[in-house]
Design a binder for this molecule. Structure first.
Ligand SMILES: [Zn+2]
Length: 358
């Protein structure tokens, strides 16, 4: 039990599996749960990245850049000198394999590339993961009008591997501890590295119902705004996709919310999502102009009537002046209510969907 009394969640299958590596950050070493696995072990070796960075950039899929905002942190790369002895040995072996001399303290700038060190046969081509993600988003947007559960079951079966998890970390939110009914979960976020973190974990079995619920509770459309990804293939054939800048945009009838953060997806060799992680930093809320235009017009008219009724030349009776004063106050209150957008939760989703996540 954690200090908040929540039952710790079991380690997700993704972290129990090998080939897990974090892109950048202090935990870019292999996860401790993977150290006993030799078959699929991946090591993030910064000093060899320089020989691959160019290849990575050239091979990346060109995804349109919609969002120039993103994480405000710069994640440091781990120099080879700070690798564990085992990692350092593996590091040297790889350097020998590719005929490179070790580079000392080469600091990463941008993407980190994990060299392919296995002989696992694959028809992988760079960009396959990003392409698959686009297919998933497109299919999701083409949902039927009746939002039936079977559509979501089919979608999840097609794009998610059995036992897959979807995580949403909000540990980087300001004043996260003051968010109502949010609690800590016993996993480590692979982007902000917090453990335990504040957030949610959804298993693949729950996804169809949650997707349906999301649209049943007022969501009109959802978009993913993404920057250029870092993509690479792991030794066991998994495809790792990391977007250092990503934003999830939810459109509701009266508002639009944009959650800013990082996105990290791991695909199985057959291109099914095994893990989907979004680490959100904050969100913006936008109120549709049409939604507040009536309140603005009403407030403007009430102000003008009040002004005229209080002029010295006005022939308004005290009762009429009181009536205009009351109308002005009432209009101002309606404006406050409209801008308050009370149905959006503190983390930028509909409150009813937020309760489902909990
Ligand atoms: Zn996080």
């Amino acid at each position: 039990m954690d200090p908040n009394g929540m039952k710790p969640l079991p380690l997700p299958s993704q972290t129990r599996d090998a080939s897990f590596a974090t892109l950048g950050g202090d935990n870019m070493m292999h996860n401790k749960h993977t150290t006993h696995r030799n078959d699929c072990q991946l090591l993030l070796l910064n000093s060899v990245q320089s020989s691959f960075d160019r290849t990575t950039v050239e091979n990346q899929t060109n995804i349109p850049q919609h969002n120039q905002r993103g994480p405000r942190r710069k994640q440091p790369a781990l120099p080879p000198s700070k690798l564990s002895p085992m990692a350092a040995r593996a590091h040297m072996n790889i350097l020998k394999k590719i005929g490179k001399q070790p580079l000392v303290e080469k600091q990463a700038e941008g993407s980190v590339f994990v060299p392919e060190i296995s002989n696992v046969p694959s028809d992988y081509k760079p960009g396959k993961g990003a392409e698959r993600l686009m297919q998933y988003m497109l299919r999701q947007r083409n949902r039927p009008e009746d939002n039936n559960i079977q559509f979501w079951r089919n979608l999840v079966a097609e794009f998610f591997a059995p036992g897959a998890t979807k995580r949403w970390c909000i540990s980087l939110y300001k004043n996260v501890e003051q968010i109502d009914t949010i609690f800590k979960v016993e996993w480590q976020c692979n982007m902000c590295n917090q453990k335990p973190c504040y957030g949610f974990e959804m298993s693949e079995e729950l996804l169809p119902r949650l997707h349906k619920r999301k649209y049943d509770t007022g969501l009109v459309d959802e978009h993913l705004q993404i920057d250029t990804p870092n993509e690479y293939k792991g030794a066991c054939g998994q495809i790792f996709l990391h977007y250092p800048k990503a934003a999830e945009e939810s459109q509701y009838e009266q508002t639009r919310t944009v959650r800013n953060g990082q996105l990290r997806i791991v695909f199985s060799p057959d291109l099914k999502i095994r893990s989907w992680e979004f680490c959100a930093e904050d969100h913006d809320e936008y109120v549709h102009r049409n939604f507040i235009v009536p309140q603005v017009s009403q407030l403007g008219a009430a102000m003008e009537n009040y002004r005229l009724s209080t002029q010295e030349s006005s022939s308004a009776t005290p009762e009429e002046r009181q009536k205009h004063t009351d109308l002005l106050i009432s209009s101002a209150n309606q404006m406050v209510e409209a801008l308050g957008v009370p149905f959006i939760s503190q983390i930028g989703v509909d409150k009813r969907y937020f309760r489902s996540l909990q």
